[in-house]
Design a protein around this ligand. Structure first.
Ligand code: ADP
Length: 309
C-alpha cells in the first residue's frame, strides 16, 4: 500500500478577485484518519473543501488528491471520493431509495446491484423504514444521513463533509457522529469542515484551525490544547457594570487572562488554586466555573476571538 498522503497541499492558495480566501496553506491527510478543518465563518474552510472536491480550481500552490492532480484527473478522483455538500442536494422528485439507486446507476451498477447497495446503505444510515418516503418530509438529520448514504454509493476511499451537523438538533448530531465514527472504523478517510469545536474534538484525529484563509494551529485536538493553552480555565462573572477593573486585578493570578463581553477567563495549571487565590484577594465573583481547556480556547488565544459569535 502507498504511504503517500491521501491529500497533500503545499502553499495552496485560492483568490477571488481581490479576496484571498485561502492563503498559502500546507497540510497532509493520511489514509484512515478523520481530518478536520475548523474555523469561524469566512475562514476559508468551504473554499478549501471545494478545491479538494475538485470542483474549484486552485489559484496557486500544489494540491494532490489520491496522488493525482485535481486539474488533470478530476473525474478519476471523484470516482473514488464521496462528497456531502452543505445543502445535501438531494433529488426531491425521487423517493429515499431512488435517490440512492439512481445515483448507483450513474456508477454503472446493474438495477439489482443498485437496489442491493441502496438497501445496505439505508441500513447503515438507519433509514430503512423510510425507503419509500418522499425526501421533503424527512427531518434535517434524516436528509443529512441520506446525503451521506448517497455519497457512499461508490464505496469511496475519501469522504468530504462540509459542516455536517449545522442546523441539526443535539440528538441528530450525536447519531450522525456515531455513523461517521463507524465509517472511520471501516478505514475510510474523512475530511470535515466545521465551526463547532465540540464536533472537531469528538471526531477528528488531527485538524487545522483556519482564520482569514491561513492556518493558525495544527495537530491532534489533545496536542493542540496541551501545547497552546494552559490545561484549565476559570470562567468568572462579576456583579459590576464594567469588568475592566477586575480583569486588571486578575492578571497576576493565572497564566493568561482574557476578557470577554460578559465574563473573564483566567487560564492556569490548576483552576481550583486560581479560584482560591481570587477569594483570598477579596475579589469574589458572582459566578465561577472551572473547566478543562478546549479547542475554542485555543482559537481565542490565537486570534482574540471566539469561533462562534
Ligand atoms: P468558510 O467556509 O470558512 O465560512 P469560505 O471558504 O466560504 O469560508 O469563504 C472564505 C472567503 O472567501 C470569504 O471571505 C468569502 O466571502 C470568500 N468567497 C468564498 N467563495 C467566494 C466566491 N465564489 N466568490 C467570491 N468570494 C468568495
Amino acid at each position: 500500500m502507498s504511504h503517500q498522503p491521501v491529500v497533500f497541499a503545499e502553499e495552496l492558495t485560492k483568490e477571488f478577485g481581490d479576496t484571498t480566501a485561502v492563503d498559502s496553506i500546507t497540510f497532509g491527510i493520511e489514509r484512515g484518519e478523520v481530518f478536520g478543518i475548523l474555523g469561524p465563518n469566512g475562514a476559508g474552510k468551504s473554499t478549501t473543501m471545494r478545491m479538494i472536491s475538485t470542483v474549484s480550481p486552485v489559484t496557486s500552490g500544489t494540491l494532490r488528491i489520491l496522488e493525482m492532480d485535481p486539474q488533470a484527473h478530476g473525474p478519476d478522483i471523484r470516482a473514488r471520493m464521496g462528497i456531502i455538500p452543505q445543502d445535501n442536494l438531494l433529488d426531491q422528485h425521487l423517493n429515499v431509495r431512488e435517490n440512492l439507486t439512481t445515483y448507483a446507476r450513474y456508477f454503472g451498477m446493474s438495477r439489482s446491484r443498485a437496489r442491493e447497495r441502496a438497501a445496505e446503505l439505508l441500513d447503515f444510515v438507519q433509514l430503512r423504514e423510510r425507503a419509500d418516503s418522499e425526501v421533503q418530509p424527512l427531518s434535517g438529520g434524516m436528509k443529512r444521513r441520506l446525503a451521506i448514504a448517497r455519497a457512499l454509493v461508490n464505496d469511496p476511499e475519501l469522504v468530504i463533509l462540509d459542516e455536517p451537523t449545522t442546523g441539526l438538533d443535539p440528538q441528530a448530531r450525536h447519531l450522525l457522529w456515531e455513523r461517521l465514527f463507524q465509517l472511520k472504523q471501516r478505514g475510510t478517510t474523512l475530511i470535515l469542515a466545521t465551526h463547532y469545536m465540540d464536533e472537531a474534538e469528538q471526531l477528528c484525529d488531527r485538524l487545522i484551525i483556519m482564520d482569514h484563509g491561513r492556518i493558525v494551529g495544527a495537530g491532534s485536538p489533545r496536542t493542540l490544547i496541551s501545547s497552546l493553552v494552559p490545561p484549565e480555565v476559570v470562567e468568572l462573572r462579576f456583579d459590576a457594570p464594567s469588568l475592566n477593573d477586575y480583569a486588571g486585578k486578575l492578571t497576576e493570578i493565572g497564566d493568561r487572562v482574557e476578557q470577554l463581553p460578559d465574563r473573564i477567563l483566567v487560564f492556569g495549571d490548576n483552576g481550583d488554586a486560581v479560584v482560591a487565590e481570587i477569594y483570598r484577594r477579596g475579589l469574589p465573583p458572582s459566578s465561577v466555573l472551572v473547566r478543562r481547556s478546549t479547542l475554542e480556547d485555543v482559537f481565542l488565544l490565537k486570534t482574540g476571538r471566539r469561533l462562534v459569535d
